[in-house]
Design a protein around this ligand. Structure first.
Ligand SMILES: [Zn+2]
Length: 309
């Protein structure tokens, strides 16, 4: 806690006029993944102010909130200027705004253009009228007292009941989002069989409350590689589908096989249709007619076999 106070002190002094410009809220080395919030020591409504500041709206509280949000990636730690693309925006004090700061671009300012971005822009907090601290305090309360009715919670926090209802809905959505398995999640036991080496692998970000892991069975392993090779190579292959820059639910070769089969069917339907047009109907139970149809499909005679992709 002492370190935390010290950091707060250091950062608030560096924001004064005449000091070097402040391009980040916290040092990049202080950034933590959002999941790390769960590892903080017993975060409760009683001690939450130590981390995110009080709801008193003072500069100190806002600085604490700002640093907390940036550390865990809940607001961007730095911003690129959208106007001049000339580099990073700087944090400028503005006491009239939530969190007492706003992002401004000094390169734009020298050419007399005012470029400004709110701290909360494009974040969860953007649409909220309440202060960040108040929202977090209400969230902590929501976790600790799930049974309390909304009217009582509203009067405790001095807000309207509809605000509480809306916030609770948001909190529910957020927790559902967090419980969706993340891409790369591998499950190899409990829900798998004992007869084969089989595993479930999630490779895509699921929608809220929805994840579609793919179930894989290793039926034959004559490459003599360790079992861990198979989930690893399967996961790697989901990155290689040429029609998208993101991952796909199945390994790329499987999707290419689907594409080839679809293309083959379309080509065959086309060949049958064209021949029917000139009065020729193939009897596919006859091998000779099947061979003639195959000839029609063969688009590149110099290649052995069919090519459709
Ligand atoms: Zn700019």
């Amino acid at each position: 806690m002492f370190m935390f106070m010290l950091l707060m002190l250091l950062s608030s002094t560096s924001a004064h006029k005449g000091r070097p410009q402040r391009h980040t809220i916290v040092q990049p080395s202080e950034l933590r993944p959002v999941e790390a919030i769960a590892n903080l020591p017993e975060l409760t409504s009683r001690n939450i102010a130590d981390f995110i500041g009080n709801i008193d709206g003072t500069e100190e509280s806002d600085e604490a909130a700002l640093r907390f949000l940036a550390t865990y990636g809940l607001v961007p730690n730095e911003r690129e200027c959208p106007e001049c693309l000339n580099g990073k925006m700087s944090l400028v004090k503005d006491n009239a705004l939530p969190l007492h700061f706003v992002w401004r671009c000094s390169s734009c300012k020298t050419s007399n253009i005012i470029t400004k971005k709110m701290i909360r822009e494009n974040t969860f907090f953007q649409e909220q009228k309440l202060s960040v601290q108040k929202i977090v305090h209400i969230a902590a309360d929501w976790v600790e007292s799930p049974g309390r009715n909304n009217e009582r919670t509203a009067s405790l926090h001095g807000v309207t009941t509809s605000t509480i209802v809306n916030l609770n809905k948001l909190f529910r959505q957020l927790t559902e989002q967090c419980s969706v398995p993340r891409p790369g999640t591998l499950v190899e036991d409990t829900v798998t069989t004992n007869d084969y080496y089989d595993f479930f692998l999630t490779t895509q970000v699921g929608q809220v409350g929805l994840a579609r892991p793919t179930h894989y069975y290793v039926l034959l392993n004559d490459w003599d590689v360790p079992a861990t090779f198979w989930p690893t190579v399967t996961h790697a292959l989901t990155y290689l589908f040429c029609r998208t820059t993101s991952t796909v639910t199945l390994p790329a070769p499987v999707l290419y096989a689907h594409l080839a089969a679809k293309r083959a069917k379309e080509t065959m339907d086309g060949a049958l249709f064209a021949n029917r047009g000139v009065g020729r109907v193939f009897d596919l139970s006859q091998f000779s007619e099947l061979a003639q149809l195959t000839n029609c499909l063969q688009s590149n005679p110099s290649l052995d076999g069919m090519t459709f992709v």
